[in-house]
Design a protein around this ligand. Structure first.
Ligand SMILES: [Mg+2]
Length: 305
């Protein structure tokens, strides 16, 4: 069966500008076997070209801009499909501006049809201008719902969801959130994956580290979802969610063999579900890691709304 992969980046490919061990072999295996894949990120700040360069600096070669689909591109696709010729006032960075420009969506700070909020820093002047645009009738759109994003293992930064929440509060108007877990993100990503491969993969798997975006979105889009524990989710937290991943893996390194051989890995090597959440299989117990330590981390609010 031809499987296509949608792959989240932060927490799956790298963390804190460091590649997660085994990622290079995993990506080279995908390329060597001709497996269709697309990196799917809620970060609307970089362009796909920026992301390809970033991965090249981390030692991953053979990628180009066509391998990336960001929430900024999703927002531009959404506007050009649903309201071609519309105008926007943007709070965001290069990746968002470039994606909108590519879809010929014009900037307008006088009477835009939409205020579009993405990742990145802004100023009170820009927020005030956006607030005034919404008061005059502009609709509020955010590239992604993440209230905060990881910077390192013990540091976060405010995300686009937090900026949009500011404008929701000041204007009293609710925002519409694109990016994961919005089904439109998965719908367009699947279409791009099919275009890349000149055919629709029989099965599409989402690989991600965040339950609220990667796993929820994949579940709602009817896709298989593989949760990796190399990022923001701890093993003991999985059972807190009503939706569950199809598989739980320590990292993408566990998939490399399976991609090379074409046969699913020995299921005993996976973390398996017993119907009440996931537990380590027998084989997994032989490879205990710190994720098996059942201490609850300090509670933190959900990553997204
Ligand atoms: Mg992630």
């Amino acid at each position: 069966m031809k499987t296509g992969y949608l792959i989240d980046m932060d927490g799956v490919i790298y963390r804190e500008n460091q590649l997660i061990p085994g990622v290079t072999d995993f990506i080279q295996a995908l390329i060597a076997k001709g497996a269709p894949f697309l990196f799917l990120t809620n970060n609307s700040a970089p362009t796909p070209e920026d992301l390809a360069v970033r991965l090249r600096h981390l030692g991953i070669t053979g990628l180009s801009s066509r391998h990336f689909y960001t929430s900024a591109m999703n927002t531009a696709d959404f506007l050009s499909e649903t309201d071609p010729g519309c105008t926007v006032f943007v709070i965001g960075e290069g990746g968002l501006l470039a994606a909108l420009h590519e879809r010929k969506i014009a900037s307008d700070s006088i009477q835009p049809r939409y205020v579009v909020v993405g990742e990145g820093t802004t100023t009170m002047d820009r927020l005030t201008k956006a607030h005034e645009c919404i008061e005059k009738g502009a609709r509020l759109l955010a590239t992604n719902p993440d209230n905060w994003c990881p910077v390192s293992s013990n540091k976060t930064r405010p995300g686009a969801g937090a900026t949009a929440a500011f404008l929701e509060a000041s204007s009293g108007r609710p925002a519409y959130y694109l990016g994961k877990p919005n089904g439109y993100m998965f719908h367009r990503a699947r279409r791009k994956l099919a275009d890349l491969t000149l055919g629709t993969p029989q099965q599409v798997v989402m690989i991600g580290d965040t339950m609220e975006t990667d796993i929820r979105g994949a579940f709602e889009a009817g896709l298989q979802s593989y949760l990796v524990l190399s990022g923001s989710t701890k093993f003991e937290d999985i059972a807190d969610y009503v939706y569950q991943p199809t598989r739980v893996l320590r990292s993408v390194a566990e998939l490399t063999e399976e991609i090379i051989t074409g046969t699913p890995a020995d299921p005993l090597q996976d973390l398996v579900s017993n119907g009440n959440g996931f537990r380590f299989s027998k084989a997994g117990l032989r490879h205990q890691t710190d994720i098996f330590a059942f201490h609850k981390p300090r509670p933190r609010p959900a990553m997204t709304k």
